[in-house]
Design a protein around this ligand. Structure first.
Ligand code: KG4
Ligand code: ZN
Length: 371
């Protein structure tokens, strides 16, 4: 009875420390955030090496590896933070979008631990995690802002007025940007994951030797289409009789420049149309240096500011899930005991039907936001 009372109290109280668990794709990641002290620790295991032999993520192997790695990474992150399970007030986990089996592993572990520890658990939207990752930086953005979310599975422009108040401005009609990077890298003979490898090769290339299209920039609107760029890369490669590394590096550089300028044109439009002066870039492709430089220069020309998570928090990580979970748990959101995943889950489904915004926790800012 006493235990039940203690458990109910822990379930209802605003959690001070949240454990975050990310298992949506090919990274197992954990983190602990503290409502007052910010990010205490984070751990990540990448399965990239395991999937490289197959040229892409093998869902069944991904799930099995999450089964092996999640609990050890939870133990490690607690040890890094100097915490015991009793110090954790809530568990946040990625509930979607992502690979069904991979999501189920994290959801089952998170839900079971939360139940055993007598604390609330909350399923987090992976893209909301990405969206909020910049809040973990010393100079966090303040809503309203425009967010460009560019990952392996999604390309979205979103107007963010608050947590839980999202307006989709545009999205990719076919391949996501990360997918375009990965497919183009594959046809250039680069390993998996292709994005970072292509970016490294592009550093040695001449971006002006070939002129790739800037898809859908010649018509109004904020949607994207990236699937044509890989075909363009394939045709360019096929036309080059001399299949040397230099040609590949030049194709990589021209591809990367085309992506960067296309994103920049659409972001410029989104900023102008919304009248907003802050652009947040997140998701794995947000780690790309040329894309960052191009977007920062464009925003500066409009008198707007850009915000990026550090590169390791652009790609999948546990810290963003712990933070997004913390914001919602602190606002009183709780999930039922059932273990549910949502492999497909539109971001706008998160819009709070009451219209009340979840307050952002300014706890992680070591400096005040500059405007
Ligand atoms: O956000 P993320 O880690 O996972 C998903 O939610 O999809 O994004 C992974 C994507 C992959 O397509 C990967 O190739 C790409 O981000 N990526 C990059 C870079 N680092 C990761 N693409 C271009 N340049 C990079 N530096
Ligand atoms: Zn991601």
């Amino acid at each position: 009875m006493v235990d039940q009372v203690a458990s109910d109290t822990r379930q209802r109280a605003a959690p001070l420390r949240v454990l975050g668990i990310e298992t949506s794709c090919d990274e197992t990641a954990t983190a602990v955030v503290d409502a007052r002290r910010g990010l205490l620790a984070h751990r990540l295991h990448s399965q990239a090496g395991m999937h490289a032999d197959y040229g892409g993520v093998v869902p069944e192997l991904a799930s099995r590896d999450h089964v092996r790695k999640t609990l050890p990474l939870i133990r490690q992150v607690l040890a890094d933070a100097g915490l015991r399970p009793a110090d954790i007030g809530g568990v946040a986990y990625t509930t979607g979008p992502g690979l069904m089996g991979a999501l189920l592993v994290g959801a089952a572990i998170a839900r079971s631990l939360a139940w055993a520890w007598g604390v609330p658990a909350l399923g987090v939207h992976h893209m909301e995690g990405h969206l909020l990752a910049a809040m973990l930086e010393p100079r966090p953005p303040r809503p309203p802002f425009v967010a460009l979310l560019i990952s392996g599975g999604h390309t979205m422009l979103v107007r963010v007025d608050a947590v839980g108040r999202y307006t989709l401005l545009g999205e990719s009609l076919d391949d996501a940007v990360g997918e375009a990077f990965d497919k183009t890298a594959k046809l250039l003979g680069l390993g998996y994951p292709g994005g970072p490898a292509l970016a490294r090769l592009a550093e040695h290339g001449n971006a002006r030797r070939f002129r790739f299209p800037r898809p859908m920039t010649d018509r109004p609107g904020l949607d994207f289409s990236f699937s044509g760029l890989k075909t363009y890369a394939l045709n360019t490669l096929a036309r080059s009789d001399n299949d040397t590394d230099n040609i590949k590096a030049d194709i990589a550089a021209a591809f990367e420049l085309a992506v960067a300028e296309t994103l920049s044109i659409k972001c410029r439009r989104a900023l102008s149309e919304t009248g907003l002066k802050r652009l947040v870039v997140a998701g794995g492709v947000g780690a790309n240096r040329r894309i960052r430089a191009t977007l920062s220069a464009m925003a500066a020309s409009l008198g707007a500011q850009t915000f990026y998570p550090r590169p390791e928090f652009c790609t999948d990580n546990g810290a963003m899930i712990a933070y997004a979970g913390m914001v919602r748990l602190q606002a009183g959101q709780r999930d039922p005991l059932s273990i549910a995943t949502r492999p497909r889950w539109p971001l706008t489904d998160l819009n709070n039907p009451t219209g009340v915004a979840y307050p952002l926790l300014p706890i992680f800012s070591s400096e005040p936001s500059s405007n």
